[in-house]
Design a protein around this ligand. Sequence first.
Ligand SMILES: Cc1ncc(COP(=O)(O)O)c(C=O)c1O
Length: 459
Amino acid sequence: MTAAVGGTRWVPMTEGHNSIGRASREAFERSQKVFVDGTTRVTIERDPIPRYVARGEGAYLVDLDGRRLLDLNGNFTTLIHGHGFAPVIEAVTRQLRSGTCFANPTLAEIDLAELICGRVPGAETIRFVNTGSEAVMFAIKAARAFTGRSSIAKIEGAYHGAYDWVEVSQASMPDNWGPEDDPARVPYYRGMPASVLDEVVPLRFNDAEQAERRIAEHAERLAAIVLDPMPSRAGLIAPHPEFVAAIQRAAARHGIVLIADEVLNFRQGYQGASARHGLTPDLFTFGKIIGGGLPIGAIAGRREVMNVFDASGGRPLLPQGGTFSANPLSMVAGLASMNALDHAAFDHLEALGDRLRDRLTGAIAKHRAPFSVSGAASLFRIHPKPALPRDFREATPNAAEAGVMKELTRAFTDAGIALPYGAAACLSTPMTTGDVDLVASVFDDFLTTRGDLIGSLAA
Ligand SMILES: Cc1ncc(COP(=O)(O)O)c(C=O)c1O
């Protein structure tokens, strides 16, 4: 029996996947009294009870009931060195003794800025904030202040955080996404202002012709094109070189600021994702890995555009501040984490990722199963689709496919592996070939033993 509490469905202790232990169940009982849905982030996975974590240990997380899982989520791809990375612990411990935040700049922010600007071609100057969402918000505002225009173009289905304009068409569905050649502006929440919807031009990923055409049609009002080079929720699909070139050309031709959102994909290499995929944006947004596990975001790019933040001569074109921006804890944690991400670390992650994707696709071929695998470097995503999707629409699972993915996630959980569902899964530097081979063998077992279920996909 379930009861409605204040309009919310109450999940009783007995429900849920059998790998969720008593301590998580008790925690969820408590939390349902203080959080409307029992959690305080919409992105928390639940089945229907979430797993509460006691601690992380390298590549593993340990839940309240003592269950250890290989962590392929890494707090949504943040923890590139896994949990409890010694250099981060040392740096943060040292910093804690000297102070956690000041209304003054510190040397730590210069150190991290020098590291990032020294690595990323085109990141001439940088500004720190607290989250990826905030970075995207300020990058868009910077583009507006620079161009004097207000609208943006973005990729249908791409996730860029919690700023209204980038939330448009973030979760379009087949019943509302409209024609392929003119994707609908779909509100993300009830009451989203119509004026926001009017200021967003959704584009299909990897459709070069459409991108150039639609950008040209709306050019006079477009301040920015926001592009994640490999949008995770839109499929984690590699950008076609023609698409990258078309976006680049259109931005240059019409004087639109090109923003590469690398909050997630900066982990694709020493210089990040844009360099890897041949994109040269005006601005970048960063987050996740550059904070070493503490909250962070950053906007970087061409000095001419970044000058909108310049307050040295009085009020800048775009005033930007924040109580906790560039707080020294995030700065020193980020520096320790990034310093350890040398070429050898990226080579290790690249080799692990290649090995895993090879083995997963090998298992698919062996079983002639209707699955495909996308990703690059330390990122991968399994699709319940026989042909590799080319964009968000193709990557969106139907009901049967979503059901199969849920069972796959459960099978991974049963085998002691936390696999994120419907988004990018990631590897971390403490992982070994043994770990990725285990992931591949659990997938192979699933394909071997769940033919009945998988058959529903082909039907
Ligand atoms: C590409 C991208 N942009 C922006 C964000 C928002 O970052 P945050 O959750 O730190 O606000 C995310 C978060 O997953 C992201 O993946």
